[in-house]
Design a protein around this ligand. Structure first.
Ligand code: FES
Length: 58
C-alpha cells in the first residue's frame, strides 16, 4: 500500500509526499490564486502558522 506523508510547514503549505517522493504543496493560508496548490502567496500575505504534526496514511 502506498505511503502518504503530509507535512505542514511553518508559515507555509502542506507538503505531500508519496512513498518518500515529493508530490505537491497544498495551500493552507487561503491566499493562493492556484488553489488547491500553493503559489507562494503565503509569504506576501504574512501567513503565520506553526508546523503541524506529520500525518501518515498507509
Ligand atoms: S500556503 Fe502558500 S499560497 Fe497558501
Amino acid at each position: 500500500m502506498p505511503r502518504v506523508v503530509i507535512r505542514s510547514m511553518p508559515n507555509g503549505p502542506n507538503v505531500v509526499f508519496l512513498d518518500g517522493k515529493f508530490v505537491t504543496e497544498l495551500c493552507r493560508c487561503g491566499h493562493s490564486q492556484q488553489k488547491p496548490d500553493c503559489d507562494g502567496s503565503h509569504r506576501k500575505a504574512g501567513f503565520v502558522a506553526p508546523a503541524a504534526e506529520t500525518i501518515v496514511l498507509e
